[in-house]
Design a protein around this ligand. Structure first.
Ligand SMILES: Nc1ncnc2c1ncn2[C@@H]1O[C@H](COP(=O)(O)OP(=O)(O)OP(=O)(O)O)[C@@H](O)[C@H]1O
Ligand code: SF4
Length: 288
């Protein structure tokens, strides 16, 4: 079935990238946010669409909880994470009465919501639309792939942790992408080691390199390794995004900035994600 209203929305978006993971809790939403912040930090215009309808975490991670969506004649206006309007966000979290409301919907209702997100959000011109999905392969994945299929999304970035149990699930995710014809843009190995808050030394708490090995084995690009970074937890969990304690440097105790995109520049992980996004953009043929 054709969906011309979705095609019209996507016409002003250069790249559409889905972020997937085989398992929950591996840091897929965190990586979506890091990719978005990194791209916005480099001057790209980015939209993040959260289609994890039963567990939307993007509004909390971007410090946007409690914000509202506005209806304009052009469509639903997304919530901006920064005053420069580099980073826009849309999530069911903005449509719920409060953060404790649970969404218990069957497939058809979820599909209708995803279709509405794709057709009705007024993103304006974007360089990237990153779509954060639920873990595994569920109704939401099938719906978004079906709605996007004829409009040629760029493909999927897969997030995993290095442990064997997560890697086994990633293989299923890769098979899903192959089956539905979604190109594999690359794999990120998240929580790969732990950065000490005292000396910034990286210790491999679990095994490391499993993601890279799997990417090589499955012949997909390896985008990079992101360690567990206590600064990220501070950045993402802080209620007030304008004041972030820097755990690597207590003397600099507070970084006061105007937006989460600026605040992000002070997170150690931002350097790693700058490299990861550069590798992703190189794969997409995008240069500065
Ligand atoms: N590299 C990292 N360093 C520090 N903390 C991290 C890192 N990656 C993820 N986390 C933390 O791990 C937790 C789980 O991450 P996240 O919610 O992104 O996982 P997820 O894969 O999207 O989970 P789900 O799909 O089940 O919602 C969060 O509290 C997040 O802050
Ligand atoms: S990595 Fe070094 S500074 Fe950090 S906890 Fe271990 S010994 Fe201490």
């Amino acid at each position: 079935m054709s969906h011309p209203e979705i095609g019209q929305r996507l016409a002003s978006i250069k790249h559409v990238v889905l972020v997937l993971s085989g398992k929950g809790g591996v840091g897929k939403s965190s990586c979506t946010v890091q990719l978005a912040l990194s791209l916005a930090n480099q001057g790209r215009k980015v939209g993040v669409l959260d289609i994890d309808l039963c567990g939307p975490s993007i509004p909390r991670m971007l410090g946007l909880e409690g914000r509202q969506i506005h209806q304009a004649t052009a469509g639903w206006v997304p919530v901006f994470a920064d005053s420069g309007k580099q980073l826009a966000c849309m999530s069911i979290g903005f449509l719920l009465p409060n953060k404790n409301t649970s969404v218990v919907w069957r497939g058809p209702k979820k599909n209708a919501m995803i279709k509405q997100f794709l057709a009705d959000v007024y993103w304006g011109d974007l360089d990237y639309l990153l779509i954060d999905t639920p873990p595994g392969t569920s109704d939401e994945h099938l719906a978004v792939v079906e709605y996007l299929q004829e409009w040629n999304p760029d493909g999927a970035v897969i997030v995993t942790t290095p442990q064997a149990v997560a890697l086994a699930d990633v293989k299923k995710e890769i098979n899903f992408c192959t089956k539905v014809g979604l190109p594999l843009l690359g794999l990120i190995e998240n929580m790969s080691g732990f950065v000490c808050p005292h000396c910034a030394e990286c210790t491999n708490v679990f095994s490391t390199g499993g993601g890279e090995g799997l990417a090589k084995h499955m012949d997909i690009p390896f985008l990079g390794r992101a360690p567990i970074d206590p600064n990220l937890v501070m950045l993402l969990e802080q209620e007030d995004k304008t004041v972030v304690p820097n755990v690597n440097n207590p003397d600099a105790e507070k970084i006061v900035t105007g937006s989460i995109v600026e605040t992000y520049q002070h997170c150690e992980l931002s350097k790693i994600f700058a490299t990861i996004t550069a590798t992703l953009e190189a794969g997409l043929g995008e240069t500065k």
